[in-house]
Design a protein around this ligand. Sequence first.
Ligand SMILES: [Fe+2]
Length: 267
Amino acid sequence: MSLFKLAYEALICNDVERKILLINDLKKYHIPLDINELKVKVIKIPSPGRPLKPSLVDFKGTPKRDRSDLGMIKNIHAICHIEFNSINLALDAIYRFQEMPHQYYADWIRVAKEETIHFLLIKDFLESVGHSYGDFDAHNGLWQMTVDTDYDVLSRMALVPRVLEARGLDVTPRIRKKFKDANLHKMVEILDIIFKDEIGHVKIGNYWYQYLCHKRDLDPIKTFDLLIKKHIGSNLRGPFNIEARLLSNFSQNELDYLEHPELLETN
Ligand SMILES: [Fe+2]
């Protein structure tokens, strides 16, 4: 199977175990230098392959997550769902954008592989405490942004890794503390693995975003600002994890913009 066909098959696959097997094939895939002959027809995917459960609801309908034992499990379930969505998101980044350099595909295969590891770590944890992925409702925010940015790889890199995944870096220390306070040490360990990998994923998004801006002769910060206004409708809200964002190669200028987007508007 060609690279793009394989990514597509994994993306639309509803069965978790088979999806993971296909991702293992992708991991072993030797990407030829000339990818032109691998190209396949690209179609819109309003809903990616996923098991029947969890049921998807809008944000308002997602389960309340307090600090009770069950509230903590719901939190963990929500993270599990994010990781599952992130697998599909990496596969879509490969399948949909077939005009990118060789390294782009190697990078996103790595992301797909690591998201699979994250998903399995959390799924196994849920099972170890008597629950399963699918026990609670979940929301579809991450995939919706994937669909909304399916028209252009630059918009995708801007909005998914640089906004949504980078937001994960901002909020993880707070979630980690919550798990630590609740003596959920295994979850703290898992979050540390995820956090380290996610820095790498945002770094990949940043690299390709900057690459595309440079190639199209676009100002990276002004372009980002326009895309945020288009897709989010308001400025991004902090607090931002400056240390983690610097590690994932946001420049100081970009961080200054995030903290004070109004200054860009008056320029
Ligand atoms: Fe992840």
